[in-house]
Write a protein that binds this ligand. Structure first.
Ligand code: ADP
Length: 265
């Protein structure tokens, strides 16, 4: 609570008084704490690859200077670390762009079928490399919704990529499209896209936090997979810009289902 005290000048018979204002600033404080956390997280995430890069530059100048085998190995690691920084900066830019546009509702008509096909095609090599079958079922016609095609492609690319990366052990990732004649929260007709994997699933305690920036169940694993921890935060903001909803259903050992609901009107 923030307390503001202001003296009120005496007037006439009046002896003057003090004005006390009590203001609940919890929301402001929370927003400020989140901003501080975010900056601290970004700095840490950037510093880790940067420190590695600087270390290897040092090594290449010194010990590994005349050892071509070691040099190649170090250069490969440096390339990987630079790639990590590049992905992180790219995701930070996406996130800030999406956030700044969040109030402006997209107006173009997008064919969700084309969006899904594009995302699946882009990820086909990743799925194949891990021997994961990418399957699609459900509706294929009448999938036009108001939206931003690039952003919706990003949503489904992130969800399918996560399903392959974290749930791929189950051997298949299934996309299902269905029409909901009346979605009670959105109060109207909607399209529902489910991205389901048969992997190891997610424990219930993690579910409410998955879309927080930099929240990962296993940071080491996410890094190994090239993750930035921002994918689902970006997904959440894009869906919110489209006035849609996302729900995650999962149980440890049962695979996960990310269910996206987008209004048709
Ligand atoms: P990342 O860059 O780490 O993949 P995301 O925001 O996309 O970041 O996802 C956050 C975390 O959610 C991941 O690190 C992972 O732990 C968990 N996660 C996301 N999708 C799945 C999934 N299909 N199965 C299991 N865990 C998942």
């Amino acid at each position: 609570v923030q307390v503001t005290v202001a003296p009120l000048k005496p007037s006439g018979e009046d002896e003057g008084a003090l004005l006390l204002a009590f203001e609940d600033i919890t929301a402001v404080e929370n927003a400020e704490a989140m901003r501080r956390d975010f900056v601290a997280n970004v700095s840490h995430e950037l510093r880790t690859p940067l420190t590695a890069l600087m270390g290897f530059v040092e090594t290449l100048r010194g010990a590994a200077k005349d050892d071509p085998v070691a040099r190649d190995r170090f250069l490969a690691i440096m390339e990987r670390e630079a790639g990590r920084m590049n992905r992180l900066v790219g995701d930070l830019l996406s996130l800030s762009r999406v956030e700044s546009e969040e109030r402006r509702r997209p107006t173009a008509q997008v064919d969700l079928g084309t969006v899904l096909r594009g995302a699946m095609q882009a990820l086909a090599p990743v799925a194949e490399a891990r021997q994961v079958a990418l399957l699609r079922e459900g509706l294929t016609a009448d999938l036009k919704i108001p939206g931003d095609p690039d952003q919706l492609t990003q949503v489904f690319t992130n969800l399918i990529e996560n399903a392959i990366k974290y749930g791929g052990a189950g051997g298949e990732v299934r996309l299902n499209v269905a029409r909901l004649d009346y979605e009670p929260v959105l109060r109207g007709p909607a399209l529902q896209v489910t991205v389901a994997d048969k992997g190891e699933g997610i424990e219930a305690i993690h579910l409410p936090r998955l879309t927080e920036r930099f929240y990962r169940i296993d940071t080491h694993r996410s890094r190994e997979q090239g993750g930035t921890g921002l994918g689902l935060a970006i997904v959440k903001h894009i869906i919110s810009r489209h006035r849609g909803r996302m729900r995650v259903e999962s149980e440890k050992g049962q695979g996960s289902r990310f269910i996206v609901i987008l209004p048709l009107e």
